[in-house]
Ligand binder design. Structure first.
Ligand SMILES: [Zn+2]
Length: 87
């Protein structure tokens, strides 16, 4: 289960069907930084209906997608998997 699935559990269908945009606030599990990601309600709806995250949110940055799937922000992800950047 991804972070986005957990967030979606707290968003009612009403919001998905009526709201223009939804503000997501995932927290990086590693550095505990809260990130603000604004998405379209209809994109969230598409994801909830089973679309892959990269298809549901085609304009989302890789960093935003990372924290919504793995729960890790871009910075922490780079630190863990980046190659030889001196950290
Ligand atoms: Zn982080």
């Amino acid at each position: 289960m991804s972070v986005l699935d957990t967030i979606l559990e707290n968003i009612t269908d009403q919001v998905l069907d009526t709201g223009d945009t939804v503000v997501l606030k995932p927290v990086c599990f590693k550095c505990k930084t809260e990130k603000t990601i604004i998405v379209k309600a209809k994109e969230l709806r598409a994801y909830k209906n089973g679309a892959l995250i990269q298809r549901a949110f085609p304009n989302m940055s890789a960093d935003d997608r990372e924290i919504l799937t793995s729960g890790m922000c871009g910075g922490c992800f780079d630190q863990m998997f980046g190659c030889g950047n001196g950290i």
